[in-house]
Design a protein. Structure first.
Length: 227
C-alpha cells in the first residue's frame, strides 16, 4: 500500500531533523511517502521513504515569485504530489488544479488528486462534479498517471470516522470514471481505526495528516496495517 505522510505546515528546521531521525527507525513493507514543507526538502535523507509534495505550481520555471515548479520538485526526486487538497481548494480554481496535474505529468511526477464532499450526504454529487471535469479535460495519458485520493472534508482533522460502506460507495463512483486508477483514503486515520479501514478492498493506500507527526502512533498504525 501507499502511505502518504502529509506533514502539512508543521516543524521548524530543528524539529524536522529530530522527526526525520525518528522516522528513519521505521521499517515497513508499505511504500512510505513523506510530504514535508518545501524548506525541508533539501534536508531529506531517508532511505525508508520517498519524497512527496503537498502542492505544485501551475507554471513552469520562470518569473513566478513564491511558486515551486514541477521541474524543481523533480530535481529533488519527488515521486508524488498532491493536487486539490481541501485545505488549499478555496484558493484554487478547477483550471488551476488541471494545470497542476498537467505540469506534474510532463515531468513524470505522479499526481494524487484529492476529492471529497463537504457534507456527508452530498457525496455522490460532489464527487461526480470533479470526476466529470477531470474526465473531460485530461488526456488519456494524463488519466493513466493519476491517483485519486478520497478525503471527505468533514472527516479531515475532525476525529470523525468514515464508515467502510461510505468509502466503498465513493470508490464505486470514482471507478465509474477511472476504473483502473489507484484510490487512496484520508481523513482522521489513527492507529486504531486503520484496522477497520484496511478492510476496504478498493483502497490502495492512505493519507495520514495529524498522526504522521506522532512517530510512536505511526509505528502502531503500520503494525496494525501489517497484521
Ligand atoms: P487528518 O489525518 O489530520 O485528518 O488529515 C488528513 C489529511 O488531510 C491528509 O491529507
Amino acid at each position: 500500500m501507499i502511505i502518504i505522510l502529509n506533514n502539512k505546515c508543521n516543524f521548524t528546521k530543528e524539529e524536522f531533523l529530530i522527526y526525520q531521525q525518528k522516522l528513519s527507525t521505521i521499517t515497513t513493507s508499505h511504500e512510505l511517502v513523506l510530504c514535508p514543507s518545501y524548506p525541508h526538502f533539501s534536508l531529506f535523507s531517508l532511505s525508508n521513504c520517498v519524497l512527496g509534495s503537498q502542492n505544485v505550481a501551475t507554471n513552469g520555471m520562470g518569473p513566478y515569485t513564491g511558486e515551486v515548479s514541477a521541474e524543481q520538485l523533480k530535481s529533488y526526486d519527488v515521486k508524488y504530489a498532491l493536487v486539490g487538497h481541501s485545505e488549499r481548494r478555496k484558493k484554487e480554481t478547477p483550471k488551476e488544479m488541471l494545470e497542476k496535474i498537467q505540469q506534474l505529468c510532463k515531468v513524470g511526477i505522479i499526481p494524487i488528486f484529492c476529492l471529497g464532499e463537504e457534507a456527508k450526504e452530498k457525496q455522490q454529487r460532489e464527487l461526480e462534479k470533479d470526476l466529470l471535469f477531470l474526465d473531460n479535460y485530461l488526456t488519456s495519458k494524463e488519466k493513466e498517471q493519476l491517483i485519486l485520493a478520497y478525503e471527505p472534508v468533514w472527516a479531515i482533522g475532525s476525529g470523525k470516522l468514515t464508515s467502510q460502506e461510505h468509502i466503498e460507495s465513493a470508490s464505486r463512483t470514482i471507478k465509474k470514471y477511472f476504473p483502473n486508477n489507484k484510490i487512496l483514503y484520508g481523513g482522521s486515520i489513527d492507529q486504531e481505526n486503520i484496522s477497520i479501514l484496511k478492510q476496504c478492498s478498493t483502497i490502495a493506500g492512505f493519507l495520514i495528516g495529524g498522526l504522521s507527526l506522532e512517530i510512536e502512533n505511526l509505528k502502531k498504525l503500520l503494525e496494525n496495517l501489517e497484521n
